[in-house]
Design a protein around this ligand. Sequence first.
Ligand code: GLN
Length: 249
Amino acid sequence: MQELKILYLYPDILELYGDYGNIQVLQYRMEKRGIKCIIDKYSIGDEQPNFLEYDIVFAGGGADNEQSILAEDLVKYKENIKEAVQNGVFFLLICGAYQLFGKYYKGVEGNIIEGLDIFPYYTEAITDRKKRCIGNIVLEVELESNKKTKVIGFENHGGQTYNSLSPFGKVLYGNGNKFGDDKEGFFLGNVIATYLHGPLLSKNPELSDYIIKYCLDRKYNQNTELKQLEDTFEQQCRTQLLEKFLKKA
Ligand code: GLN
């Protein structure tokens, strides 16, 4: 039986926006296909993980305070994480986690939280707490060349991200990396770093399957043909949301 291993970072700290749902969607879509899904959790004080031993590393979003609490712990693993990224381990990073893999995050109080500085972007929050990018968001994403797909989510961030040299998607509706930006997130073939909560994968089955296929192809050195799942309900939901949001765009 094929299996994929997920390392879920700081589940007790980066849990404010329900991003754990992404893990549940991946597990569901793997197990429906007979793929074993192993989920290890890591948080402050746990035994040091080896990021190279995993197929997927996931971390969700959180408030400034929680980000400042875990940043010092996360930076201990900078070299191991860098090696894992270079080695093709898949990283799915949502909002607060996205910000912490960049150069730094300047919080709403003006405090600088040093990031891992693995990716070129940096983030600065607007000092007016009322000024946050909040709302539904739709992107056009090119997961593979000449294969565009729409990705639907919900954003809630004060942080404004700059210098994302390789964005995840083009904004069709919503804000993106900063107010009024036409780009959102950061993307490499094995890294999706995005502001999209929702949870992200619950509204975007194609994205979930992209991640699962990528990991199986890498681990088993194959060109996986994933069995089609019964996604009628997901597609009905997407059709309704896209009509609703893109009509307004
Ligand atoms: N605290 C960060 C911000 O406000 C991240 C928020 C989040 O994870 N949704 O931008």
